[in-house]
Write a protein that binds this ligand. Structure first.
Ligand code: PFF
Length: 446
């Protein structure tokens, strides 16, 4: 079974597929509004610090585990740490279910917005009208669920067909296209009349608004955006050839991910100010402000259709990567056929997506401690499960497997990595202490 394991066809393909996992709704939809809620540029600076220290270290750690074992997360932990460690991979598989269930809801919105754009339903710069449109759509019972189901089916179709050539080939075309379109939209957004206030918000750090919650939000966002803490990078690393330079590839992937997030903030926030919206408007931000930008552009409708298509595609390459670890686990560990595993996992996620979607409509009042079902899934996955998964990876490599990890990361000493010891110590002490403190604070403060 292991001998037949697929591998990436090229380093470029691997980087695009992995960047495809990292770059998704987290960057384009979530980052701008979280930055908006947390005071703009001070948040972005803290985010960069977290990503460039803990983020990079953990991506490398997961990839090493995957490439060394050529297995899914559960199999990887069991192979290196014995049966007692298998639960660490199991937590990742479970987290995948939680994340995918709310991810497909928002991804479904992007599909619906392609249709709205194409039908010219959003041709106004009036934020109140666009806000009402967003609220009307997301609070319906069936339409958003149907959109989520269509998105889930697309994801399942790709995963069922095998990861290798499908995702890799698509990512090689779609990701560069996404970059070009983002740049064009940023250029338009920052030159809109009235955008200066948004630029100032993004470029003048206001540290008086930074508190422990800002740091927690930045860390949670880093885990989500880099796809760490649930074994995606272990799984994608398990499709890697032995000779790839993991540190260099990781740096490229992380820089692409951060670059797209910052560009997305530059695209959304100046436009928010230009059309007079509140930057802390929350999850609706992208869906409400960008149509206003498009409405003020020549050929804006075309741009709008393209933008939401690419957002859906970015979400698709991420969703595929969230589904893949569960499937790799079912196939590797239990010999279940890929198609069957994909179908069952997708149906379970879709079932969980129902209350997540209804949280914006019929179940919006069904809250526990002030959070809807959707908010709980988002909170648990991002503030508890992903950080805990990261803590387990860091502790495992730091304390149980540091010697082989050093050898493996440096391709048996052929790469000169003067910072290897710093990496190990960060995994041993820095990451676990920081993560434990954050999870504690997040849970206690909830
Ligand atoms: N990184 C993806 C995004 O930013 O949209 C989402 C994601 C993918 C989260 C894979 C977690 C994960 F394991």
């Amino acid at each position: 079974m292991l001998a037949a394991r697929e591998h990436w066809g090229s380093r470029f393909g691997f980087i695009m597929a992995t960047a495809g996992s990292a770059i998704g709704l987290g960057n384009i939809w979530r980052f701008p509004y979280i930055a908006g809620e947390n005071g703009g540029s001070a948040f972005i600076l803290i985010y960069l610090a977290v990503v460039l220290s803990f983020g990079i270290s953990l991506v490398m750690a997961e990839m090493v585990l995957g490439r060394a074992t050529q297995r899914n997360p559960v199999g990887a932990f069991r192979a290196l740490g014995g049966p007692r460690w298998a639960f660490a991979g199991g937590l990742g598989v479970l987290t995948g279910f939680v994340i995918l269930s709310f991810y497909v809801v928002v991804a479904g919105w992007t599909l619906a917005y392609i249709v709205f754009m194409a039908g010219n339903e959003l041709a106004t710069t009036e934020s109140a009208v666009l806000g009402a449109h967003f609220g009307n759509f997301t609070s319906q019972t069936f339409a958003p669920l149907l959109a989520a189901a269509v998105f889930m089916a697309m994801t399942a179709w790709i995963v069922a067909g095998g990861v290798g050539k499908g995702i890799e080939r698509a990512s090689k075309v779609l990701m560069p296209l996404l970059f070009v379109l983002l740049l064009a939209l940023v250029a338009r957004s920052v030159t809109m009349p009235g955008a200066d206030a948004g630029l100032a918000f993004l470029l003048t750090p206001d540290f008086s608004r930074v508190d422990m919650n800002t740091v927690i939000s930045a860390t949670a966002q880093a885990f989500f955006s880099l796809s760490i803490g649930m074994g995606v990078m272990i799984t994608y690393g398990s499709y890697l050839q032995r000779d790839v330079n993991i540190p260099r590839s990781t740096l490229i992937i992380v820089l692409l991910d951060v670059g797209v997030a910052v560009l997305a903030a530059l695209m959304v926030l100046p436009a928010v100010f230009a059309v007079g919206l509140d930057p802390s408007a929350g999850p609706g931000l992208t869906f409400i402000t960008l149509p206003a930008v498009f409405a003020s552009l020549p050929f804006g409708q075309v741009f709008g259709v393209l933008f939401f298509s690419l957002l859906a595609i970015a979400a698709l390459t991420s969703a595929v990567s969230i589904l893949e670890p569960m499937i790799a686990w079912a196939v590797d560990e239990h010999g279940i056929r890929r198609g069957v595993a994909t179908l069952v996992a997708s149906l379970v996620c879709l079932l969980l997506a129902i209350p997540a979607s209804l949280s914006f409509g019929p179940l919006s009042d069904a809250t526990l401690a002030g959070r809807t079902f959707f908010d709980w899934m988002d909170f648990l996955a991002n503030n508890v499960m992903l950080p805990l998964g990261g803590l387990l990876v860091a502790s495992f490599i730091g304390w149980r497997w540091s010697g082989p990890a050093r050898a493996h990361l440096s391709n048996d000493g052929t790469l000169c990595l003067p910072w290897l010891s710093a990496w190990i110590w960060l995994l041993r002490i820095g990451a676990p202490v920081a993560i434990a403190a954050l999870v504690w604070q997040a849970v206690g403060g909830s």
